[in-house]
Design a binder for this molecule. Structure first.
Ligand code: IDP
Ligand code: MG
Length: 137
């Protein structure tokens, strides 16, 4: 069993896609261990996206991610880290396959609707940033 961090990004919340996205993880029979609607602080953005803070697109990404509410989830199941990434689709919407969340609903790279941890180590690091241990059921 693995647990991974999923973010339903602000564009998805604005577009009323929370239910659609949660529905896909539930339909796959993954387990939701925690879920909260909140705004990402500037400090949390810098920690969460530590690997991207130096990149040219980070200013735009940070403004987008901290600008309006998002939903954070802890999602568990066998191979949950890779499985969730597969269900999300490729980062660039032009490359994400139909049938994936990004493939079906996203049009531009910044506003690509979802985040999923990219490895088990990232998942552990990110989950600790978003949830206290006692918030995970
Ligand atoms: P991932 O979300 O598929 O793991 P990353 O490369 O980790 O993709 O990038 C993090 C997020 O930064 C992406 O989901 C996307 O929202 C944004 N992003 C990535 N590359 C670009 C870019 O070239 N321009 C603008 N935004 C980008
Ligand atoms: Mg990433």
């Amino acid at each position: 069993m693995e647990t991974t961090l999923v973010l339903i990004k602000p564009d998805a919340v604005k577009r009323r896609l929370i239910g659609e996205i949660v529905k896909r993880f539930e339909a796959k029979n993954l387990t939701i261990r925690a879920m909260k609607l909140m705004k990402m602080s500037s400090e949390l953005a810098d920690k969460h996206y530590a690997e991207h803070v130096q990149k040219g697109f980070y200013g735009e990404l940070k403004a987008f991610m901290t600008g309006s509410p998002l939903v954070a989830l802890a999602v568990a199941g066998p191979d949950a880290v890779n499985l969730v990434r597969k269900m999300m689709g490729a980062t660039k919407p032009a490359d994400s396959a139909p049938g994936t969340i990004r493939g079906d609903f996203a049009l531009i790279v910044t506003e690509n609707l979802v985040h999923g941890s990219d490895s088990l180590d990232s998942a552990k690091r990110e989950l600790a940033l978003w949830f206290r241990e006692d918030e995970l059921v």
